[in-house]
Design a protein around this ligand. Structure first.
Ligand code: TPP
Ligand code: SF4
Ligand code: MG
Length: 292
C-alpha cells in the first residue's frame, strides 16, 4: 500500500511584480511612458500581495487602454470613453474586488468626460489612472483635451486653437476625495502614489503624466516643469489644492487633496441596514408594499 503523503502547512504566498504579468508583451513604442505606469502598477499590486483573482483592471480605448491585457488579473478592455461606468458597475456588483480603471486623456476627458464628475461625486471606491500624454496616441497624434494651446499636430497644422482643460482642477471641483499626479519618468514616486491611491477608501484619481515619444515628445519639455508638491501643503485644504492645480508655470506632482468620506458602497450598506430593520429579509411582496 502506498504511503500516505503528509501535507506540510505552506507559508503564505508573497507575490512579486512578475507574478502580475500576463505574458503578453506590451506593443507600445519603445520609450512610451505607459511602460513606466504599467511597471509601477505591477509593483503596487505586489505591495498589497493581491490575489490576481481579486483585482479587476478596466480600460477604454487608446494605446494606454491596452494596459489590462498585460496583467494576469481580471480585465475589461471596454469601449471608448466608457471605462469608468464599467468600473463603477464592477465595484457595485462585487465590492470585495479591487477595481482599477485606466485609460488615456482622450478616453477620459474627451469622449468619456461626462462620466468623470459622477464617479468623483459618488465616491465609488476605485482607483482611476489616466495616462496623460496630452495627445491621441493610438489614432496617430491628434490634439486631445489636455493638449496645450498652439500645439502643432496632424489635425492642427497651424497649431491648436483650443485651450486645454485641467484634469486636477476639474476632479477637485467635481468632489473627488483623492486627487493626485505622478510622472512615469519617476517610477518609484509613481509606485508610491499608486499604493496610496489604492489604499484610499473612495474614488482616487491619478493624472499620470506619460509621454507619447512618437507623436508629442514631452520628455524634452516636462522634466524642467515638474516639481514635487511642497512638503508643507495641507492635503485637507481644498482651496490650497486648487491653487497648486491652477499654477500656470509649475506642473506639480504628488497628492493635492485627500479626504475620508463614506464611499458609495458604504452609503448603500447603511441603506440596506435601515431597510433590514424596516422590513427584515425582503420578499418581492414586501418591497412592493414599501413603495406603495
Ligand atoms: C466611439 C469612438 N470614437 C473614436 C474612436 C477613435 N479613437 C480610438 S482611441 C482614440 C483616442 C485615444 O487617445 P487617448 O485616450 O489619449 O489614448 P492614448 O492613445 O493617447 O493612450 C480615438 C479618438 C473610437 N475608437 N471609438
Ligand atoms: S503612439 Fe505614443 S502613446 Fe501610443 S504606444 Fe507609441 S508612444 Fe505610446
Ligand atoms: Mg492620450
Amino acid at each position: 500500500m502506498a504511503e500516505k503523503e503528509t501535507l506540510e502547512p505552506q507559508p503564505p504566498l508573497k507575490r512579486e511584480a512578475k507574478d502580475y504579468k500576463s505574458g503578453n508583451e506590451p506593443i507600445w513604442c519603445p520609450g512610451c511612458g505607459d511602460f513606466g505606469v504599467l511597471a509601477s502598477l505591477y509593483d503596487a499590486l505586489a505591495v498589497y500581495n493581491f490575489d490576481p483573482k481579486d483585482v479587476v483592471v478596466v480600460s477604454g480605448i487608446g494605446c494606454s487602454s491596452r494596459l489590462p491585457g498585460f496583467l494576469n488579473t481580471y480585465g475589461f478592455h471596454g469601449v471608448h470613453g466608457r471605462a469608468l461606468p464599467i468600473g463603477m458597475g464592477v465595484k457595485l456588483a462585487n465590492p470585495e474586488l479591487n477595481v482599477i480603471v485606466t485609460g488615456g486623456d482622450g478616453d477620459g476627458f474627451a469622449i468619456g468626460g461626462g462620466h468623470i464628475p459622477h464617479a468623483c461625486r459618488r465616491n465609488v471606491d476605485l482607483t482611476y489612472i489616466v495616462m496623460d500624454n496630452e495627445i491621441y496616441g493610438l489614432t496617430k497624434g491628434q490634439i486631445s483635451p489636455t493638449s496645450p494651446l498652439g500645439l502643432d499636430t496632424g489635425s492642427t497644422p497651424e497649431g491648436s486653437i483650443e485651450n486645454p482643460l485641467n484634469p486636477i482642477a476639474l476632479c477637485l471641483i467635481y468632489g473627488a476625495s483623492f486627487v493626485s499626479r505622478a510622472y512615469s519618468g519617476k517610477r518609484q514616486e509613481m509606485n508610491k502614489l499608486i499604493v496610496r491611491a489604492i489604499d484610499h477608501k473612495g474614488f482616487s484619481f491619478i493624472d499620470a503624466y506619460s509621454p507619447c515619444i512618437t507623436f508629442y515628445d514631452t520628455y524634452k519639455i516636462w522634466p524642467q516643469k515638474i516639481v514635487p508638491i511642497p512638503e508643507d501643503h495641507d492635503t485637507s485644504d481644498l482651496m490650497a489644492a486648487l491653487k497648486l492645480a491652477l499654477d500656470p508655470e509649475k506642473m506639480y506632482v504628488g497628492i493635492f487633496y485627500e479626504k475620508r468620506e463614506p464611499s458609495l458602497v458604504e452609503r448603500e450598506d447603511s441603506i440596506r441596514k435601515v431597510l433590514k430593520e424596516k422590513i427584515g429579509s425582503p420578499s418581492i411582496q414586501s418591497l412592493f408594499e414599501l413603495f406603495q
